[in-house]
Design a protein around this ligand. Structure first.
Ligand SMILES: C[S@@+](CC[C@H](N)C(=O)[O-])C[C@H]1O[C@@H](n2cnc3c(N)ncnc32)[C@H](O)[C@@H]1O
Length: 271
């Protein structure tokens, strides 16, 4: 077996086509974390891959073929919003976390965002396939849609979608574990990602909420685990949101859905 070095860990992780799709800065961060923790290269690679699976791989359908989905998108006529919605709905099924929202999608954003002004810009953080729900969001089609995640072909697909609808926005790679995305926006979406970030370090989310250049954030939490079990998540996540927003610049409103609890955070004093 090769020597335990940073570059060998990175090569070992990206040897798997699945993990070669992850943003290089995330692979490097994990390799640097694992290097001092192991004596053998194989265990360092395995530990990093397990973390990538938990962060991203577990949500993605293993049969996903991006080229085919993109081709189907290209075949839709530019002003055929109905076909676009059907394509988006079908594609959202391929991301386990985005999929869980589909049963509530017609009402989800209408209810959770009903009290705010139509946004001119939206920043969707750790977006998964949620940008494809833009046709169901207030702000469609005129708001500039910005989105970030760590899965590169997913970001390419979202860029193809935004181009298809002539949206000036774009999708980009971000590592929320270490960076706060720079673009300002009328509305930021932080959907079902706080638990993942909390698992890495509980200081990440307070820093993010404080550092984002936006006055309105819709943040949500899952109400069942990927395995489908309710583990008292409602109370746990209500408490976490209270902890995150106590003495903060935000006032908070709660919305409960079948699989998800959402919190609308609005800067105090904002009309
Ligand atoms: C639970 S899913 C939520 C997806 C989407 N927000 C939704 O609710 O439909 C978590 C998402 O976070 C992304 N992710 C994981 N680690 C990340 C990181 N460090 N920075 C940015 N995104 C990350 C994953 O690729 C995945 O798409």
């Amino acid at each position: 077996m090769a020597e335990l070095t940073l570059s060998n860990i990175i090569d070992g992780i990206t040897h798997s086509p699945k993990y070669a799709q992850i943003a290089p800065e995330v692979i490097s961060r994990l390799a640097e974390q694992e290097l001092p923790r192991h004596k053998k290269l194989s265990t360092a690679i395995k530990a990093a891959r397990t973390k990538l699976h938990q962060a991203a791989g577990a949500y993605l359908d293993s049969s996903i073929i991006y080229a085919q989905i993109t081709k189907e998108l290209e075949l839709i006529h530019d002003d055929d919003v109905e076909s676009l919605k059907i394509w988006a709905y079908k594609t959202m099924r391929l991301h386990a976390s985005t999929e869980e929202r589909l049963s509530d999608l017609e009402d989800f954003y209408r209810l959770a965002l009903g009290s705010i002004l139509q946004p001119d810009s939206i920043l969707d953080l750790a977006c998964g396939f949620n940008p494809l729900s833009f046709p169901y969001q207030p702000g469609f089609p005129n708001a500039t849609y910005l989105a970030c995640d760590i899965v590169l072909p997913m970001l390419d697909l979202i860029n193809a979608f935004l181009k298809k609808i002539n949206n000036p926005g774009y999708a980009f790679a971000c590592d929320l574990a270490v960076n706060i995305p720079d673009p300002s926006a009328d509305l930021a979406l932080l959907m079902k990602t706080i638990p993942l970030l909390d698992q890495l370090n509980r200081q990440i989310v307070p820093r993010l909420l404080n550092g984002l250049k936006t006055d309105v954030i819709l943040a949500s939490f899952p109400l069942k685990s990927l395995g489908g079990h309710d583990k008292g998540m409602l109370n746990t996540y209500r408490s976490r949101m209270a902890e995150l927003t106590d003495n903060s610049r935000f006032e908070v409103e709660e919305f409960a859905f079948h699989n998800e609890i959402a919190f609308l955070l609005r800067r105090k004093g904002l009309r």
